[in-house]
Every structure is written in C-alpha cells, then in structure tokens.
Design a protein around this ligand. Structure first.
Ligand SMILES: Nc1ncnc2c1ncn2[C@@H]1O[C@H](COP(=O)(O)OP(=O)(O)O)[C@@H](O)[C@H]1O
Ligand SMILES: [Mg+2]
Length: 210
C-alpha cells in the first residue's frame, strides 16, 4: 500500500495526517516507510523526535519518486508519502507513485477552491496509474455548519475523488503529540483525536482491500 497525502496548498494537515497514518500502520504491525517530499522536512523532523524505531523515514525531494518507489515497495508493506505544497514535478511524481491519493481539505470556501488544483493533478494522472482518490476534511470545528457547506461544495467531485465519511476535527492532541514524535493514539489513547484517527485508518484499510 502506497498512500500519498498531498495538496498543493500548505497548512492543511498533510504532515499531521501522514505521520498519524504511519503510526497507525506501525501499531497494526506493518513495516512502514515515511517518505518526505516536502523541503520543509516536517515528517523527517517528526521521525527525529520519535524514540521508537518502528517507522523508517527518508527525505526524497525528487521528480523520479514514481520510478524509484518500486524498490521500496518490495521492502515495506506501508509507504506514506508526505507530498506538499505546490504543483510541480516533485508533487506530480508523488501522486504518480501511489495506490491511494488522500487529499486533506479544510472546511472553508478558500480551501475548497484551492483543492481544485490538486484534484486536477489527480484527474490527469489517475488514468495512468489506476490509483484510488479520497478527500478528507481536516480541522473541522465541532458543531459548525461550515463543514457541511464545504461537504456540499466538494460533492461535485464525488465520482472520482469522493469525500471520506470520517472527518478529523480541530483538536489539541494533533499539535501536542508531534513534539514527542508520537501519533495521537499514543499521546492520548482514549482521546477523541485517537478515536477518529483509528476510524480513518480503518476506512482506508477497507478501501485497500476492495
Ligand atoms: N486536526 C487538527 N487539529 C489541530 N491542529 C491541526 C490539525 N491538523 C493539523 N493541525 C495543525 O495545523 C498546522 C498545519 O498542519 P501540517 O500538518 O503541518 O500541514 P501541512 O503539512 O499541510 O503544511 C500545524 O500546526 C498542525 O499541528
Ligand atoms: Mg507539511
């Protein structure tokens, strides 16, 4: 399973989601590689803080990732690619490299518009690699109507890159866990962030088995 968490926009939670999915896969007993294609190196910094050596991480700022990834996929069961933050050859290569493209979107009209760039890249590349695409709403504020408006706006993409039913909410644990090199399920196992992250992981696992 190669999953690219990507958006051409920064600050939407690509790294947060990528590292938390990597942690879930590792907790699930998978051999996990985290690939950071963002020059900001946030996923690498997360790994540096992580005491457990269950997640391997590399920085690969390369437009040949879609070619080189095959070697890695024979050594790792789960590869999570953290792909940000603008539309260039490196981003496109990260999209071309995956089985599943996960596009985090914040629940605002600006973010819905901004997601269209990444959706266009997904649509262009999908016929060549046969990947699945899903969007996930991130940093949703509980009890707001903004997220249902965003959901409606994103419904037009339902046929090729549908929105996952599970949403991630704006929660302190997503920020606080990172400096410990932990996922939210490790930082606060019985918290709400942990609960929704586990559901998200399971939802993605089901897709993979389809
Ligand atoms: N669900 C969330 N709840 C609270 N804070 C979040 C959540 N997702 C991301 N963040 C915070 O938002 C900021 C941007 O997230 P990040 O994962 O770095 O985005 P990106 O990799 O897309 O630039 C970070 O400070 C991160 O801690
Ligand atoms: Mg990032």
């Amino acid at each position: 399973m190669i999953i690219t968490v990507g958006n051409t926009k920064g600050g939407v939670g690509k790294t947060t989601i990528a590292v938390n999915l990597a942690v879930e896969a590792a907790r699930d007993g998978k051999k996990v590689l985290l690939v950071d294609t963002d020059p900001q190196g946030s996923s690498i910094a997360f790994r540096a803080e992580r005491e457990t050596d269950d997640i391997k991480a590399i920085s690969l700022i390369s437009d040949k990732l879609h070619k080189d990834i095959k070697e890695f996929s024979s050594a790792f069961e789960w590869i999570v690619i953290d792909a940000g933050g603008r539309d260039n050859a490196i981003f496109r290569s990260a999209v071309a490299a995956c089985d599943l493209f996960l596009l985090p979107v914040l629940p605002s009209q600006f973010d819905v518009w901004a997601a269209e760039d990444a959706i266009a890249v997904f649509r262009e590349i999908q016929p060549f690699n046969g990947m699945i695409g899903r969007m996930v709403l991130n940093m949703v504020r509980p009890n707001t109507i903004v997220s249902s408006e965003a959901q409606e706006a994103l419904a037009v993409y339902q046929d090729d890159i549908p929105l996952l039913s599970e949403q991630l909410h704006n929660r302190v644990a997503y920020k606080a866990s990172i400096s410990n090199g932990q996922g939210v399920t490790e930082y606060e196992p019985s918290g709400k962030a942990a609960e929704e992250t586990i559901i998200l992981y399971k939802e993605l696992m089901l897709l993979k088995n389809n």
